[in-house]
Design a protein around this ligand. Sequence first.
Ligand code: ZN
Ligand code: FE
Ligand code: FE
Ligand code: ZN
Length: 270
Amino acid sequence: MLVDYHTHSKYCRHAKGELDEYIERAVGLGLDEVGTSDHAPLPGGYDLEHRATLEEYQGGYARAVEELVERYKGKISVKRGIECDFLPWATEWNRGFIRENDFDYVIGSVHFVGEKGRERGLFGQSYAPSELEDLNVEYYCAVAEAARSGLFDVVAHIDLVKKLGPCETRKVEDALRAALDQIRAANLCLEINTSGLRRPEREMYPGGRILAIAKDLKIPMTLGSDAHKPEDVARGFDLAIAALERYAGGRLSVYEKRQRSEVQVSKIRI
Ligand code: ZN
Ligand code: FE
Ligand code: FE
Ligand code: ZN
């Protein structure tokens, strides 16, 4: 069994392509399931560069996904996913949004750290080397808080912060370990996200060192390409599958109506 649970589409304003182009690509690659997981709306039109408004989401995206779930029955299982930002001030709003929508799984991401109004973003921003330790610690603390929030099923790209530059100090290491412990305690799943392979770091999220800790903690894992264009569906999955075999015994977590189960991963047929 093979799935790609992390894909975007034109609805989030910074990805390209129609939803059905992503699904067609997944069908062509022989995947068993593909999840649509565009960036969720946030209250007050927050960060509209990277997401739809609530109205666009409900009226456009959610309806389009429903139609595709039906249209592709028998060909591929289309899962209703979402990539939801963890922002401490938006937790109750997010909780309501998730409750009102019928998701198969919810991926939690940290793309912003810091207090409301003074957030530092992780989308395209860069920071001075002197800021990195602080940012890394804040980032991993936010990941731990996200895990504790009870909002999510899957933790996205857990070491996303590495894209700002390497920073492996004792404090960062402790914050990372605490985040992983919290993920274990909350019984969440880690995503092996191949988008890092397409970035200058040329390494998946998470890298091998974190995957080894996750293995020791017996944290379950799933797969996502974080495709922002249809060609990137399942891109790099040969490496991701190898990592899943090495660090999770080949047990792939899959979701249906927010219930997790495990299946044995299969090789990609390309
Ligand atoms: Zn995105
Ligand atoms: Fe993300
Ligand atoms: Fe994403
Ligand atoms: Zn993402």
